[in-house]
Design a protein around this ligand. Structure first.
Ligand code: UD1
Length: 448
């Protein structure tokens, strides 16, 4: 039974324990790492559970801060949230007492906005705060709001909150996005499941996590399907039922550990990762000359013969799936510092997602940034330990990768950003032979 936490009308930021990672680099990572369930699937699955009053059960949910924030946000609404065992969540949304998602949730996690579609379509109204999330560029929610309006909702924006109402059921419609949006697609899809009539979403995001959400909705009895790669069609139903679902593996975590193996000259098997979800990423590894072998549910990276300093330079460009995930751009940047020659990165999804590279420069990387979207990397660089600060989730994990590849010891401030999205990251690195520890800011300790 979820503990009944008091409802917070005011924004009260949770006290953040300031922690650092201390990493002693220069050791090849060796062994097997289990890949956890995907953050970007789990958060939407938990939100989707409010589409029904019946109990939903999720397995392989990653034990990460963002999932805890979503679970707490649901519990604050009056939803029954149970966490009977590690990686398992059960949700029953019979009584939702509050149709209000406060700034506290939104400031902690952008994905709290995923509650807009399901709460509005099931209960006919919701007040939801404008989200914060990672500090990477301007990240508006206009596409989500326009999609709800296309489905017949009235939405007003006042004092940082969206006030959304629907006089009756939402109405199925053609939802046409000006660009591909992952959460925009998902919010529209969740809202359409209980709308009257048919909805067509185009262009729909094609990320594997979107298909994982479709699979869960189908198990709930929703009439949702991807009718062509960029089109999702939904025939609205009056009710959905409870269902069980196992969260798809996290392809971004898999990519992060793949690069860790490569830049340390190691050999690591990513257990439970799906090679078919990483086509563009594996293509980059291939072009860089990183050796790997794929199984049905595993990928083994072997950089023990062709290792750091010997990779081929490469030009990479991020894009919506099946293009290269923007979340894998920071880890790949670390890889490219170990290529023999000049590589380029073109970030097409988010503004300001290259800023973190200044921290990498402090570790000896030679990177020049042109505008907000282009970077040139001259390799191979001899990385050395440094003191750096994490600004967002993916950049944070990538600074750990750089520190693992570097000579000497690195101190990385802002460890809480990484806990948002990576389950047991330091435990997983330790099990591969890394020297890493997480310490409270100001603690003096020898490296384990
Ligand atoms: C999701 C992922 C995030 C990933 C991103 C792109 C989750 C919880 N997060 O974020 O990890 O980096 O996809 O793969 O799943 N945009 C607008 N207006 C909107 C919404 C988006 O202009 O209303 C723009 C964004 O600024 C960006 C682009 O659309 O330039 C794509 O962003 P989007 O796919 O929506 O990212 P998220 O769903 O927020």
């Amino acid at each position: 039974m979820a503990d009944a936490r008091p409802f917070h009308w005011e924004y009260r930021p949770e006290p953040i324990t300031r922690e650092i990672f201390r990493v002693e680099g220069g050791r090849p990572l060796l062994g097997i790492v289990p890949i956890s369930g995907a953050k970007n699937a789990a958060l939407k699955l938990l939100a989707a559970a409010v589409l029904t009053g019946e109990r939903c059960r999720f397995e392989n949910v990653p034990e990460i801060e963002d999932v805890r924030v979503m679970a707490e946000t649901l519990a604050d609404l009056g939803v029954l949230v149970e966490h009977p065992a590690p990686n398992i969540y059960e949700i029953a949304s019979g009584d939702v007492e509050w149709l209000f998602v406060p700034l506290e949730a939104a400031a902690r996690m952008r994905a709290s906005f995923m509650l807009l579609g399901p709460l509005l379509t099931r209960f006919g109204r919701v007040i939801i705060s404008n989200p914060g999330g990672d500090r990477i560029g301007r990240r508006p929610v206009d596409l989500h709001v326009d999609a709800m309006r296309a489905l017949g909702a009235d939405i007003e924006y006042r004092n940082g909150y969206y006030f959304a109402t629907s006089p009756g059921r939402l109405r199925g419609a053609d939802v046409t996005f000006p660009l591909v949006s992952v959460m925009g697609t998902e919010n529209a899809m969740l809202a359409a499941t209980l709308a009257s009539g048919k909805t067509t979403i185009r262009p729909a995001a094609q990320e594997p996590e979107v298909d994982d959400l479709i699979a869960f909705l189908q198990a709930m009895g929703a009439a949702v399907s991807r009718t062509s790669p960029d089109t999702i069609e939904v025939e609205g139903r009056r009710r959905l039922r409870g269902a069980s679902h196992r969260v798809v593996p996290d392809r971004i975590e898999a990519g992060t550990f793949a690069v860790a193996a490569a830049v340390t000259g190691g050999r690591v098997t990513l257990e439970g990762s799906r090679p078919e979800h990483l086509p563009a990423f594996l293509d980059v590894l291939d072009r860089c000359g990183v050796q790997f072998a794929t199984g049905q549910d595993s990928i083994t990276i072997d950089a023990t013969t062709v290792g750091p300093g010997m990779f081929r330079p490469c030009a990479i460009e991020t894009g919506p799936y099946p293009g290269l995930a923007t979340d894998l751009q920071p880890p790949l940047c670390v890889l490219l510092t170990q290529a023999d020659g000049r590589s380029t990165i073109h970030e097409t999804i988010f503004e300001d997602r290259l800023e973190w590279m200044s921290a990498l420069r402090r570790m000896g990387a030679r990177i020049s940034i042109h505008g907000g979207h282009e970077a040139t990397i001259a390799g191979p660089a001899r990385l050395h330990g440094a003191e750096t600060e994490i600004g967002d989730l993916r950049a944070g994990a990538s600074l750990i990768l750089a520190a693992l590849a570097a000579e000497g010891t690195s101190t990385i401030h802002g460890a809480h950003h990484v806990q948002r999205g990576y389950e047991n990251i330091e435990r997983k690195f330790l099990d591969l032979g890394a020297r890493i520890e997480r310490l409270e800011e100001g603690t003096v300790s020898t490296t384990s």
